[in-house]
Design a protein around this ligand. Structure first.
Ligand code: MG
Length: 247
């Protein structure tokens, strides 16, 4: 007869103790490794051979179906984006210094020389056209302006930067794209850019073969700090969007 526990309810008969039975081995699990039942010392928690658990986290992101793209679409996407940046040091105009006449976006922005400084460059030093050229080349994944037009080549000495821009536009068209729009920021302390904005946008639109409305130009100062703010440099940032022009 089973021995009664004095702490238990005397009206409820004690269940006879049963020897624990081992759980059947899961498929692929070695029965010899299962040494303990769940009632004994810590059960074997090895799960490598058990089927994977389903996640209880309903917020866990699920994999989205991937669109099927053709090789042509991968190599020739409908849009491409490019970024360009350039900076030139400003010095007193020659012969007092090495500064060239201050041309920006193809426009002479200090025609009377009252500012008295200009960009130091091997070419004409047009910082905005250089940044746009790099943005276009970057969008189609081709080199950069320095690789195409080295600053130690004699033929580039004093060269009109419109040549660089037009070569980049030619390459964009050859790659099957056209310019969608571009956004430019020029940072300089002096001279003021605003009187020349309209002329610059007109020239850019003509060279890029887009309506003027697709060319944005912003002028900013550098709050009189650092080289740009002290009129010792000028810089430009450009973002351009290309649109595929062929199917
Ligand atoms: Mg440059």
């Amino acid at each position: 007869m089973a021995k009664r526990d004095p702490k238990r309810n005397p009206s409820r008969p004690a269940r006879p103790s049963r020897p624990s039975r081992p759980r059947p081995a899961a498929p692929g699990e070695s029965a010899g490794r299962r040494q303990h039942s769940s009632h004994g010392p810590r059960a074997n928690t090895k799960r490598a051979s058990l089927p994977p658990r389903k996640s209880k986290n309903k917020n866990k992101p699920t994999e989205l179906p991937q669109p099927e793209l053709t090789l042509g679409e991968l190599l020739h996407p409908p849009f491409r984006i490019g970024h360009g940046y350039d900076l030139h040091r400003l010095e007193p105009l020659a012969p007092a210094g090495s500064g060239r006449p201050f041309i920006l976006g193809g426009v002479l922005i200090d025609p009377a020389g009252t500012f008295g400084r200009g960009p130091v460059a091997h070419s004409d030093g047009d910082v905005l056209l250089h940044a746009i050229t790099d943005a276009l080349l970057g969008a189609i994944g081709q080199h950069d302006i320095g690789q195409l037009f080295p600053d130690n080549a004699p033929e580039n000495d004093g060269r009109d930067s419109a040549d660089f821009l037009l070569e980049a536009v030619r390459r964009v068209h050859a790659a099957g794209y056209r310019v969608g729009n571009l956004d430019c920021t020029v940072i300089l302390e002096k001279p003021k850019l605003s009187p020349h904005k309209s002329s610059i946008r007109g020239k850019l639109a003509s060279w890029l073969a887009v309506p003027e409305a697709m060319v944005n130009l912003k002028g900013k100062t550098h709050e009189k700090v650092d080289a740009v703010g002290e009129s010792r440099a000028v810089e430009a940032h450009v973002v351009v969007l290309l649109i595929r022009s062929v199917a």
